[in-house]
Write a protein that binds this ligand. Structure first.
Ligand code: GLY
Length: 333
């Protein structure tokens, strides 16, 4: 078992990565917890035994289940059961579950502890780590939420074998991102070590900038176009697939700005292609509309902030040149 830590002073927490990690739940519950509210979805083929009095609360499937209605349902069910601050929420699932249960835990009784048992590759290397929680509004994804760090995260790599191939590839899109954030030889590592390497990278970034006042934005590499593709395509593309296309686009943008050379763009194509991820925008999506969507990204505080590769590594930069943004689509269509 690989034991890592997200370093946040007295709020630091462990992340366990390895086959069977879910069986270590009891020892990672906060001290004195008497009751556990397990939040999961009917489709998740993973059960946990918290070892204390517990009930299972099942939320709806997909992005549509990740809404304020679910937060109300969970909080009301917990209140009727009598869950209190000395108890704990355990989220068992992918990013939809960890985001939603994490946000419900953040606001219920002004905050109760949550432990994430991440069951998808995407949740293990991204969503469950770092305390971003939230739900969608009809107006957009993740528009309501909070930073609420878990007490522990369990990344059980044994359960990844049960994932449908497309869900697994969804996680590979995020994994490809880490290859450009300084994680070396990722594709050559055994799965446990690859997951751990991504978690280690994310933990270090989160530890240095918990609330994304600067550096944490690098974790959004590939996400500006990625989010626009997801929105414009009504979620036809999975998040990781959209990020994969976004990585190629961002590399091309960086090349056009003279920040990286053609060889580095080719490296992006090699990594993304090596994971069998898409590299072109699906037909029918209009670059003009996609560029308009960049400005609606909730992280676009002042102009469009793009995370771009360069001589000093990946960093967030403001881009105002619409013609440049449109031109770079030539490389991904
Ligand atoms: N998924 C990006 C972050 O956690 O900051």
């Amino acid at each position: 078992m690989i034991e890592l830590e997200v370093p946040l002073g007295d709020r630091s927490y462990p992340v366990l990565v390895g086959s069977g990690a879910r069986h270590r739940l009891l020892e990672l519950l906060p001290v004195g917890v008497k009751r556990v509210a397990v939040v999961t979805q009917a489709s998740i083929p993973v059960t946990v035994d918290p070892g204390v009095d517990h009930r299972v609360f099942t939320m709806g499937e997909g992005e549509h289940g990740k809404d304020l209605g679910t937060i109300e349902d969970l909080c009301r069910d917990w209140a009727q059961w009598g869950l209190n601050r000395g108890d704990c929420v355990v989220a068992v699932g992918g990013g939809v579950v960890t985001d939603t249960a994490g946000f419900a835990a953040a606001v219920y009784h002004r905050g109760i502890p949550v432990v994430h048992v991440a069951t998808t590759l995407l949740a293990q290397i991204d969503a469950a780590i770092g305390g971003k929680t939230g739900v969608n509004l009809p107006e957009g994804k993740n528009l309501v939420g909070s930073f609420w760090q878990p007490s522990a995260v369990l990344c059980d790599t044994e359960v990844l074998g049960t994932l449908p191939p497309r869900e697994y590839r969804n996680g590979l899109g995020e994994m490809a991102k880490y290859a450009f954030l300084g994680v070396e030889d990722l594709a050559d590592l055994p799965l446990d070590e690859a997951v751990a390497a991504c978690v280690r990278c994310k933990a270090e970034v989160v530890g240095s900038d918990e609330r994304e006042s600067g550096r944490r934005a690098i974790l959004n590499y590939g996400h500006t176009l990625g989010h626009a593709l997801e929105t414009a395509g009504q979620y036809d593309l999975r998040h990781g697939e959209a990020v994969a296309i976004g990585l190629i686009y961002a590399a091309e943008l960086a090349r056009r700005l003279g920040r990286i050379d053609a060889a580095r763009v080719a490296e992006h194509r090699k990594v993304v292609g090596g994971y069998d991820l898409p590299m072109t925008v699906p037909p029918g999506l209009d670059p003009e509309q996609l560029v308009d969507l960049f400005t609606r990204d909730k992280k676009a505080v002042d102009g469009i902030t793009f995370v771009l590769d360069g001589p000093d590594g990946v960093e967030p930069l403001r881009i105002d040149d619409r013609k440049l943004l449109l031109g770079a689509f030539d490389a991904v269509t």
